[in-house]
Ligand binder design. Structure first.
Ligand code: BES
Ligand code: ZN
Length: 612
């Protein structure tokens, strides 16, 4: 997508920032603390109240990021908040992606207080009607600030280069509970007023809020789960290994620095599998498979407590530093907690997904240090930063040996703790702290090619999963007719075997053949969202009618983009499919998150009914 901001917003903020996706003049003036005082109005779908910012640096105007906010007034204080006086401000022209700069005549004031309210369509908030929750009785609200949506619910310097501490007071209907990515000072007693404090400086994209009919269950001394009452038990069981995962990462990469680590299970509309909000990872309920088979997602979000939340990408073009490291750490945690076979299966499935995606991608987007000038950072969220990024690290590990690589990573997390860094800074650090003492690796690995070229370098290290090969062979045997379903030895197969089995199926299969598989293995009724997605993709491409209802139910009830995208993509390949996609989408759209709507409106060619 081309935007009107093709030259970047830097010009409006004084001296240019490295971050093309923020208007903030953070090079001159920095916000250091954000204090929120917000009222949650479900009827109006609005947050309103004040945001008081502590500001440091040169005197002069303060430029903040906003998008679709209504600014009521701005006050500033010269005496640390004892008294405030009105200040002049103006809101610049709005860009559809970046929003609008809010320029405040701050002078030398140390505190700036903005009174504001959010728009009902704010991109960073999903307001859910009771029917879109598990309990169907109460509404639900949650934020999703990454990448640049914090500005749709808080006026601030919305760049991962800027870290702030924060505090918040949130008023809700009294029957609901509010939680945030922070210490909960008020507890979960339903008082309708909740207080939070995040004393560790974090980037704005990690500020998070959710409000709903939430209960808490402990799963360990410092771990637990928040979820709706009907989900809490299953969630606590599914995620009971979280403490073991924490111990595994701590052993490998140093202490967990955030105190508690809790999970919040969201309604199924959540557009991601998980989001690493500090102290409180947000999770899609599709991760609850009943057998812990999808908890690599928890390992992933937990790993962000080191790669991402502790050491942060400076700009969104350095996103691979967050996700590539995290995907690598995720596999190391899985290996420690569930063993190398499981971990290798998961890595191989991921690598196959990347290899599937690459050929259809613009070469420029196959680059780790991706160019996002004039684009929505959401466009950089592909398999490349995740899987190519982790492959790069695995290749380095292989070249220098695990011990040296682990020690390098431990030092890296220590060196850059609570800081942000760019790809170029990483490149320099890698060379001086690892490659300079491993001349052979330095020679064999072309760091420049990994970071700045499309495609995958030839000497990449890719683990081979013998277990997946078994599933692949079984699938081929059945597909070429040498094995009947009854001959397949699927005893002891895990979710990852089944994923490989379904993914290996030939694209074209007759209805009778699909029915044969379905009778034997019950795919259409699969409770596991990963297996179900792979299966539904196959049934769509073969127009297998018995799965139609399951497809519609799934697309209408689940909002996770990773599952929706391949299914809508597949539907859009035929005339009949496009018609079905349009029908299903019109039912599903009201329950989707703004980010999912942004993605799928274009994909299914949704046309807003003309307004009267
Ligand atoms: N931080 C991401 C989610 C994200 C990325 C939100 C970019 C907004 C912009 C999270 O850690 C993540 O990677 N989630 C993945 C998990 C997976 C790869 C294990 C997801 O949601 O699928
Ligand atoms: Zn991630």
């Amino acid at each position: 997508m081309l935007m009107s901001c093709a030259a970047g917003p830097a010009g409006s903020g004084g001296s240019p920032s490295r971050d093309l996706h923020s208007y903030a003049n953070s090079a001159q003036t920095r916000v250091t603390h954000v204090a929120l005082d917000l009222e949650v109005d479900f009827g109006e779908r609005r947050l309103s109240g004040t945001c008081t910012l502590d500001v440091d640096g040169q005197d002069g105007d303060l430029v903040l990021d906003t998008r679709d906010l209504t600014i009521a007034s701005v006050d500033v204080s010269d005496d640390d908040g004892q008294s405030f006086r009105e200040a002049g401000f103006d809101v610049g022209p709005a860009d559809p992606v970046l929003g609008a700069p809010l320029r405040i005549q701050r002078g030398a004031a140390g505190k700036v207080r903005v009174a504001y309210s959010t728009d009902p369509g704010a991109g960073g908030i999903q307001w859910l009607a009771p029917r879109h929750t598990a309990g169907r009785k109460h509404p639900f609200l949650y934020s999703q600030s990454q990448a640049i949506q914090a500005r749709t619910w808080i006026p601030l310097q919305d760049s991962p280069e800027v870290r702030v501490t924060y505090s918040a007071r949130v008023r809700t209907p009294p029957e609901l509970v509010a939680v945030m990515s922070a210490e909960m000072l008020s507890g979960t007693a339903r008082t309708g007023e909740y207080e939070f404090r995040m004393p560790i400086a974090i980037p704005s994209y990690l500020i998070a809020l959710a409000v709903g009919d939430l209960e808490f269950a402990a799963t360990g001394e410092r771990t637990g789960v928040y979820a709706e009452p009907g989900v809490i038990e299953a969630a606590a069981r599914e995620f009971e290994d979280t403490e073991a995962m924490m111990q595994a990462v701590e052993e490998l990469y140093g202490p967990y620095r955030w105190g508690r680590y809790d999970l919040l299970v969201l309604p199924p509309a959540f557009p991601f599998g998980g989001m690493e909000n500090p102290r409180l990872t947000f999770v899609s309920p599709t991760v609850i498979a009943g057998d812990k088979s999808l908890v690599s997602l928890i390992a992933h979000e937990l790993a962000h407590s080191w790669s991402g939340n502790l050491v942060t990408n400076s700009t969104w073009r350095d996103f691979w530093l967050n996700e590539g490291f995290t995907t690598y750490l995720e596999s190391r945690i899985q290996e420690e907690v569930y063993g190398p076979e499981r971990s290798t299966m998961e890595v191989s499935l991921e690598v196959e997904a990347l290899e599937d995606e690459l050929p259809s991608m613009d070469p420029a987007d196959q680059v780790l240090h991706v160019d996002l000038a004039g684009r929505d950072p959401d466009e950089g969220v592909t398999e490349v930063p995740y899987v190519k990024g982790s492959m790069f690290l695995r290749t380095l590990e292989h070249a220098v040996g695990r011990e040296a690589f682990d020690s390098f990573l431990r030092d890296y997390f220590e060196e850059f703790a609570f800081r942000s860094l760019t790809t170029e800074e990483f490149e320099v650090y890698l060379d001086s702290e690892l490659l300079s003492s491993h001349p052979q690796a330095r020679q064999s690995i072309s760091v420049k090619e990994w970071l700045y070229e499309p495609g995958l370098p030839d000497n990449r290290h890719v683990p081979v999963s013998a277990a997946l090969d078994v599933a692949e062979e079984a699938a081929r045997g059945w597909a070429d007719g040498t094995l009947a379903v009854g001959d397949l030895d699927t005893e002891g197969w895990t979710t990852q075997h089944w994923q490989q089995f379904v993914r290996t199926m030939p694209e074209a299969l007759e209805a009778e053949r699909l029915a044969d598989l379905d009778r034997a293995f019950g795919f259409t009724d699969a409770g596991n969202a990963e297996i179900l997605t792979d299966w539904l993709k196959l049934t769509v491409s073969n127009q297998y009618a018995p799965a139609d209802e399951a497809l519609e139910n799934f697309l209408v009830s689940v909002g996770r983009r990773k599952f929706l995208r391949p299914l809508y993509d597949e539907l859009m390949t035929t005339e009949a499919g496009r018609k079905r996609a349009a029908e299903i989408y019109s039912k599903a759209r009201p329950g989707y998150h703004p980010l999912a709507i942004q993605t799928f409106d274009g994909l299914v060619g949704w046309a807003q009914p003309a307004e009267e």
